[in-house]
Design a protein around this ligand. Structure first.
Ligand SMILES: Nc1ncnc2c1ncn2[C@@H]1O[C@H](COP(=O)(O)OP(=O)(O)O)[C@@H](O)[C@H]1O
Ligand SMILES: [Mg+2]
Length: 236
């Protein structure tokens, strides 16, 4: 579903964010992307939804060479990829319903489809009863659930989450990670960049660790720190 081959990304100021990355993620996989701040996690996600273009290597998403994609095809790619951020990025003057509906409307969806899809995803994230509220009237966990509903409303094959629990307390964090797991079980490929050691160690899913723009290790059923398990001493 996702494949990176020999990918290097250098920003215009000369920062080498990713260096010779090879990575393969299968359909309906669930992968944690971990590593210190500034190590290239967000950059790797950006390559997948064409927010960044590598200076060398290949980025393949669902059979498409994303690094070679023509500008006119970027919108179609992004309909196939839901993205969720730490700070939710909800439109503050729109209700939950409107935020979710907007993501469909910009694709030119018919109102019949909006009326069908919006309730479906609001129900999936458990926010049906708050659909008329504004983001400011919701808790952080609820705002993130609204953002996840918005990311899923186009039925993407892939969900990318960049520090999705970075602004949440432990109980909301657990709720969001369990939601991501349920979404994954329905067949969506889920890639989560995170600093949250407790979450990674509890879930025991595939863990890809970046360090200085390179893949340091890639473990099935991994831990945040390889081999250390639930070590409370280290952070990062
Ligand atoms: N738009 C940008 N321009 C220049 N450098 C950037 C830009 N975005 C990120 N970087 C740099 O690229 C490196 C990787 O950043 P990033 O992918 O955001 O790491 P992470 O998400 O792991 O914290 C860092 O050194 C960061 O400062
Ligand atoms: Mg980041």
């Amino acid at each position: 579903m996702i494949e990176l081959r020999g990918v290097t990304l250098t920003y215009p100021n000369g920062t080498r964010a990713l260096d010779d990355i090879d990575l393969e993620i299968g359909k309906a996989d669930f992968v944690f992307l971990v590593g210190h701040s500034g190590t290239g996690k967000s950059s790797l996600l950006k390559l997948l939804y064409r927010e960044a273009i590598p200076d060398s290597g290949e980025v393949i998403v669902d059979g498409i060479r994303v690094d070679k994609l023509r500008r006119g095809k970027v919108a179609a790619l992004r309909r196939n990829i839901g993205v969720v951020f730490q700070d939710f990025k909800l439109l503050t003057h729109k209700t939950v319903w409107e935020n979710v509906a907007f993501a469909l409307q910009v694709t030119g969806a018919r109102s019949k489809d909006v009326m069908r899809q919006v309730p479906r995803v609001l129900d999936l994230v458990g926010l049906s009863h708050k659909s008329r509220m504004l983001p400011s009237e919701l808790s952080g966990g609820e705002q993130q659930r609204a953002a996840i509903a918005r990311a899923l409303v186009n039925n993407p094959k892939i969900l990318l989450c960049d520090e999705p629990t970075g602004n949440l307390d432990p109980s909301n964090t657990t709720e969001i990670i369990e939601l991501l797991q349920r979404i994954n079980l329905k067949g969506t490929t889920v890639l989560v960049a995170t600093h949250n050691q407790a979450v990674v160690d509890r879930m025991r899913r595939r863990v890809v660790r970046l360090e200085n723009g390179r893949i340091l290790h890639d473990d099935e059923r991994g831990y945040y720190f390889r081999g250390l398990g639930q070590s409370p001493v280290l952070s990062g």
